[in-house]
Design a protein around this ligand. Structure first.
Ligand SMILES: [Zn+2]
Length: 246
């Protein structure tokens, strides 16, 4: 084992291994996604059991090994207890974590992605913005941070500034003229277009600061759903559980 390192991050997931241990996946500011083994974390009274729960944010110490990290402890600053007390909150929070477990590369640090997850868990906790809107904002923003930014500020076909419709095959929005030449265009209101532009350009700490009318949400919901599933070809367990709750 090499030396002990201190990392700031969030627990994305923790999974039972062997009789008493846990495999903990952390998203850290310094090293991106890492996997650490917490020996004895499932034993009664283990100091590791509470701190290795998903959503926990804080400082974690790990020993760097040859092919994996060994968990050595942590100091939790936020447990997001209100999210954990609500089954829907748990589903959405787990979904956000699952996406990052799938998308993030081991060992590559990214402070923005960590900040996005932190602010999204905060938004779930505050409950000011509806859960389903938080979900769509998160999906669009996480893709843009991962290099799959929707083309939304000018027509994806001709470059014109006024965009009015979403075209999945063009990965973005197009103008009134160009929409005549594509078969899969979806017309959007000005508010829906503006909302998409706002999500893409807004700093992460201002993301969850608005609400929208039902008809605008319906358009956003439709467009981001198509865009996200086009880019992420994976079934997420937490979404399946969420769908059984309704
Ligand atoms: Zn155009």
């Amino acid at each position: 084992m090499k030396e002990k390192v201190e990392l700031t991050g969030i627990v994305l997931g923790s999974y039972p291994v062997k009789d008493y241990d846990k495999r903990v996946v952390l998203l850290t500011k310094e090293r991106g996604k890492i996997t650490a083994f917490a020996n004895g974390a499932r034993k009664m009274n283990s100091a590791f059991s509470g701190i290795t729960e998903p959503f926990n944010y804080g400082k974690f110490s790990v020993y760097e090994g040859y092919d994996a990290y060994r968990f050595a402890g942590g100091e939790i600053k936020e447990y997001f207890q209100k999210v954990k007390n609500d089954i829907e909150g748990i589903c959405y929070g787990s979904y956000f974590c699952e996406i990052l477990e799938y998308l993030c590369v081991e060992g590559v640090g990214d402070a923005d992605i960590l900040n996005l997850l932190y602010m999204s868990l905060k938004a779930l906790e505050k409950k000011i913005v509806p859960y389903n809107l938080i979900r769509r904002i998160y999906e669009l923003k996480v893709l843009s941070l991962e290099g799959e930014m929707m083309s939304a500020f000018f027509c994806a076909k001709c470059g014109e500034e006024k965009v009015t419709s979403f075209v999945s095959s063009l990965n973005g929005l197009v103008c009134d003229d160009c929409k005549k030449y594509v078969s899969d265009s979806y017309s959007m209101s000005e508010s829906a277009v503006y909302t998409i532009q706002y999500i893409l350009s807004s700093p992460i700490n201002k993301l969850y600061s608005f609400n929208i009318k039902e008809d605008v949400f319906a358009q956003l919901d439709h467009v981001i759903d198509i865009y996200f599933t086009e880019h992420i070809d994976k079934k997420f367990k937490s979404l399946e559980i969420l769908s059984t709750l309704a």
